[in-house]
Ligand binder design. Structure first.
Ligand SMILES: Cc1cc2nc3c(=O)[nH]c(=O)nc-3n(C[C@H](O)[C@H](O)[C@H](O)COP(=O)(O)OP(=O)(O)OC[C@H]3O[C@@H](n4cnc5c(N)ncnc54)[C@H](O)[C@@H]3O)c2cc1C
Length: 237
């Protein structure tokens, strides 16, 4: 990696570059993600999944924004201490969503881990796009400036108590613009599950217009979180 930038106390942008960039095959999706390999002293390499926030083809660099969530885990602590010259194995990218310019309006929901993918989508929206983004954060200090087209509003939902239904409560009270939204909702698993009744029962959305998934789960390492996708607790759609 070539640089780090502390975006706030709990978010660090790591810029990757160097000879490895030649093997990176970019994709059109805005939620493109890579698998990063970490080694703990007592285990085989461990995988962690991160969004590619931005690719700069001129500078031949890739930005990834890491949430610093304390001392637990591998990726968060690695990013907190990363220095230029550190090396990491990156696999991918994959991807599944890009905003549809034909959508009547856009609805984004997420937390600090989902923000890089939301911000990447906001970057490619046409200037006349209409939409609303709800971003959940632990504290006011976690709020960062995010560029949006004029018709897209960002609403920060401060949820220091970590209530799983905080986003769902705000969404249920939101007065929806006319027309059908394209929805991109990614963040903590239980908070994403809490959105289902609002999206599918209260508003009767078609699943085909909704990209909804957990990016992590409270109290679980990513290994456990990924394994639970095969169990009822881990299933969202
Ligand atoms: C497609 C995809 C894209 C993602 N993109 C990003 C991204 O761009 N930036 C980003 O920061 N994360 C992103 N994530 C989430 C990231 O993969 C997880 O947060 C991962 O668990 C972090 O690994 P770790 O080694 O730091 O912690 P782990 O070892 O996995 O977990 C250790 C402990 O920390 C907790 N924890 C993990 N993540 C968080 C968090 N965000 N906030 C609070 N507690 C947490 C866990 O519940 C666990 O108790 C993405 C996930 C997916 C599936």
């Amino acid at each position: 990696m070539v640089a780090t930038e502390q975006l706030n106390a709990t978010l660090v942008r790591v810029t990757f570059g160097g000879a490895g960039f030649a093997q990176f095959e970019d994709r059109p999706e805005t939620d493109k993600y890579v698998k990063l390999k970490f080694t703990a002293p007592d285990s085989l390499p461990v995988t962690r999944t991160y969004t590619v926030r931005r690719v700069d083809h001129d500078a031949r660099t890739i930005d990834i924004d890491f949430v610093i969530h304390g001392d637990e885990g591998l990726a968060g602590p690695w990013a907190a201490g990363a220095r230029p010259g550190d090396r990491l194995t990156m696999i991918g990218p994959g991807g599944g969503y890009r905003p549809d310019p034909a959508a009547d309006w856009h609805l984004f929901l997420g937390d600090a881990a989902g923000l890089p993918a939301i911000a990447a989508a906001l970057d490619v929206l046409p200037q006349d796009a209409v939409g609303h983004a709800f971003i959940e954060v632990d504290t006011d200090a976690a709020i960062i400036p995010v560029e949006t087209p004029e018709g897209v509003e960002i609403e920060w939902v401060v949820n220091s108590a970590h209530d799983a239904d905080a986003l769902a409560v705000v969404l249920a009270q939101f007065e929806w613009p006319a027309g059908a939204p394209q929805v991109f909702a990614h963040g903590e698993r239980e908070s994403m599950k809490a959105l289902r009744p609002v999206l599918f029962e209260q508003h009767g959305l078609d699943r085909g217009h909704v990209s909804l998934s957990g990016y992590w789960a409270r109290g679980r390492t990513e290994d456990r979180f990924q394994a639970e996708k095969r169990e009822p607790i881990g299933q969202i759609l």
